[in-house]
Design a protein around this ligand. Structure first.
Ligand code: SF4
Length: 302
């Protein structure tokens, strides 16, 4: 598995760098797992957070690098976080399960997929049994997602942009839509329709998130229409309003929060297209829902 890092094409950037020899590609990750937090998280959608929280592991680095990223302190190429062996990561998973997590929620881990699979293998041998959730920007390669088949129970991808202009301007990825649509199709193929336990907690399925951006209501309409056309009730959709600007002087059009009217329009479209899923409360706007990325909960090797 580790050889996959010697000419890395794990994500669609396909940098081809040798991460085993110190090379770093667009994401900035080397060949060691780095993460920033492993803790119960209560701000995911209700079938994921339940009453006790989702066992969320935030990995360092990201292959998309959106200019407005709310987790920018850990997603940027220069971010480091805590270095973990696959076995230490497995112990972090098991610790979250002991704390009562309803699932293990792997946030932005595409650049660590080989090591994540190794960690899941170790943890499952030691009793990890809760659903495994793969939380993604949607910018994923199908060949990497196929490596995850059988390991992941729930996919939680973003579908961020329809327009290649905004995808390039905000995430340096003009091909975002084409890539994400293929990736989400693979995720839906693997999971099938949403499945729940007796308490309404999600056991399997794909939930697509769309973060509305200020002034981009037209793009949201095209994203929601595309989801409805391609997957209909095979997926859940979460329409998010939590966009919070920071230092956006180079992107002045994004330097404000969403208005109530913009979000209401998005909700109307969501209903008109017959989508199933979740809306977001206004109170979720702001920095308070961004957890501390201070290494909390990560089990370090002795
Ligand atoms: S995971 Fe990182 S190094 Fe590998 S192809 Fe993607 S951006 Fe490049």
């Amino acid at each position: 598995m580790i050889n996959l890092l010697s000419q890395c094409t794990l994500c669609p950037r396909a940098c081809g760098v040798d991460r085993t020899q110190g090379g770093r590609g667009f994401c900035g990750a080397d060949d060691k797992i780095h993460a920033a937090r492993a803790a119960l998280h209560c701000w995911e959608e209700p079938p994921l957070s339940g009453t006790q929280g989702s066992g969320t592991v935030f990995f360092s680095h990201c292959s998309l690098q959106c200019v407005y990223c709310q987790n920018r302190t850990i997603s940027r190429a220069s971010a480091e976080g805590v270095m973990l062996s696959p076995s230490a990561l497995a112990h972090s998973f098991l610790s979250l399960q002991r704390q009562g997590a309803h699932n293990i929620n792997l946030v932005t881990g595409v650049h660590y997929v080989p090591q994540i699979i190794e960690s899941l293998s170790i943890a499952k041998e030691q009793g990890l049994h809760i659903p495994i959730l793969y939380n993604s920007s949607g910018y994923e390669s199908v060949h990497t997602l196929r490596m995850l088949e059988g390991w992941i129970d729930i996919y939680l991808p973003d579908y961020k942009y329809y327009s290649s202009y905004y995808a390039e301007r905000c995430s340096n990825a003009a091909d975002y839509r084409e890539v994400a649509v293929e990736a989400i199709g693979e995720m839906v193929r693997q999971t099938g329709r949403p499945l729940y336990d007796d308490n309404g907690l999600m056991l399997r399925g794909t939930m697509i998130r769309h973060l509305m951006l200020p002034g981009l209501g037209g793009d949201t309409a095209q994203v929601l229409r595309d989801i409805a056309t391609r997957w209909g009730d095979e997926v859940l959709v979460s329409l998010m309003r939590q966009y919070t600007p920071f230092d956006m002087k180079h992107w002045p059009e994004l330097d404000r929060t969403l208005t109530d009217a913009e979000y209401a329009d998005g909700c109307s479209l969501f209903s008109n297209f017959g989508l199933s899923g979740f809306f977001q409360e206004k109170g979720t706007i702001g920095q308070s829902f961004i957890p501390a990325f201070d290494g909390t909960g990560l089990e370090i090797d002795e």
